[in-house]
Design a protein around this ligand. Structure first.
Ligand code: ADP
Ligand code: MG
Length: 383
């Protein structure tokens, strides 16, 4: 499977009807990690890997969803959709249906075929991509339209409330609203945003460490709780601080002694990361590459040392990139504990950069990485 034409043939062969096809991209976060639920700033770009969803109506009252990635079909009764997750990939599309139904839309019977070239579970947000692609497909079948920012909120709710994962708004927002050749500085407080052009001679090189450490359950949740603990302590002294977005490093110096040592470190990451993200958007807009690189390096080590969400392999992938020709900046991207690093690289050097980084990484770790040379792409759309 390689293209929308392939998905069309697959859908026709399986379901005997021609589909309408929608695409929603994965994303890479250039900077701004774990700032979204602190109502802060993030700066992702949609990438040229996407999830495709083909949809056609059915007349037997069923909703049948096929994922080519899992080579598996799941069938449901449109009139009696599951009310809760059952820890299966189909939770993601079902969650979208549940949220749309809760918004008052009547969900008709349909066949849905899904295929994605976003690597699943690698921190490039295949989950938001499948949610947004499903939402667009179903809305088009119903003949309804929802603007991108609202669509992103509904898909985030599908993941929070149905799938049961406490993600912020970033992934769904960028998948729905990305813009070709741009990163997007998103204010997670009010969803206002500013586009920052990525110069044509800069490539996004995404290096998959191929590890995803199974941290003893709930690391994301515990980090989030520590961030909230820090915000609550500061808020006791400065009631206008409801989220760490409103706090400063000075606040942390003054009242850090009232928090657990973990909360102090997590908060130091989030508060400084928020500042770095706004500065990085400026640096990108002004094309100040040295500054951008420095901010990405600081972000990585803050994520690794204070937020303690990196791992040996991701630290190695960042270190090994440092003296390669063409590198502008490198850091671990996504939820942490493995997954991918994002490297901003001068486009002329991207190919050799990728090859050399792969060689160094396999020598250091014994693991063959996957390295992709990507470009910022448009958000979700009809194909
Ligand atoms: P990420 O969003 O970083 O890729 P997640 O763990 O948030 O990782 O989401 C990955 C999960 O989303 C998969 O394990 C699967 O359940 C679901 N998913 C994503 N893409 C697809 C797909 N194309 N087909 C079926 N399920 C998918
Ligand atoms: Mg995800």
């Amino acid at each position: 499977m390689q293209s929308s034409a392939d998905l069309r043939s697959l859908h026709v062969a399986r379901f005997g009807a021609a589909p309408e096809i929608f695409a929603a991209p994965g994303r890479v976060n250039i900077i701004g990690e774990h700032t979204d639920y602190a109502e802060g700033f993030v700066m992702p770009a949609a990438i040229d890997f996407a999830t495709l969803a083909g949809i056609s109506p059915r007349s037997d009252g069923k909703i049948v969803i096929y994922s080519e990635n899992f080579k598996e079909e799941r069938s449901f009764d449109a009139a009696a959709l599951p009310a809760a997750a059952n820890h299966y990939w189909s939770d993601y599309p079902l969650g979208v249906l549940a949220i749309l139904a809760g918004e008052g839309y009547t969900i008709p019977a349909f066949s849905l075929s899904i295929w994605s070239d976003v690597p699943l579970g690698s921190g490039l947000s295949s989950s938001a991509a499948i949610e947004v692609a499903t939402a667009l497909a179903v809305l088009s079948l119903i003949g309804a339209e929802i603007p991108g920012p609202k669509l992103a909120r509904l898909c985030q709710r599908a993941e929070n409330e149905f799938v049961g994962s406490a993600c912020g708004i970033m992934d769904q927002f960028i998948s729905a609203n990305g813009k070709k050749d741009h990163a997007l500085l998103l204010d997670c407080r009010d969803l206002s945003y500013k586009l920052a052009p990525i110069p044509p001679d800069v490539a996004l090189v995404i290096a998959n460490t191929m590890v995803k450490h199974a941290v003893t359950g709930g690391e994301y949740t515990s980090r989030r709780a520590q961030v909230e603990e820090a915000a609550a302590v500061i808020g006791r002294h400065r009631p206008e601080v409801k989220f760490l977005r409103d706090a400063t490093l000075e606040d942390l110096e003054k009242w850090g002694s009232e928090m657990s040592p973990e909360a102090v470190k997590r908060a130091r990451h989030v508060i400084s990361e928020n500042e770095r993200t706004v500065e990085a958007a400026d640096a990108l807009i002004q094309n100040e590459r040295k500054k951008l690189g420095r901010l990405m390096a600081e972000a990585h080590w803050s994520y690794s040392r204070d937020f303690e969400a990196s791992c040996v392999e991701a630290d190695a992938m960042v270190e090994l990139a440092q003296d390669l020709p063409g590198l502008i900046g490198a850091r671990l991207t996504g939820g942490g504990f493995g997954g991918c690093t994002v490297n901003l690289v001068e486009a002329d050097h991207a190919k050799e950069f990728a090859a050399e980084l792969a060689m160094r990484y396999v020598t250091r770790t014994g693991i063959q990485p996957q390295i992709h040379i990507c470009h910022a792409s448009d958000g979700a759309r009809k194909v």
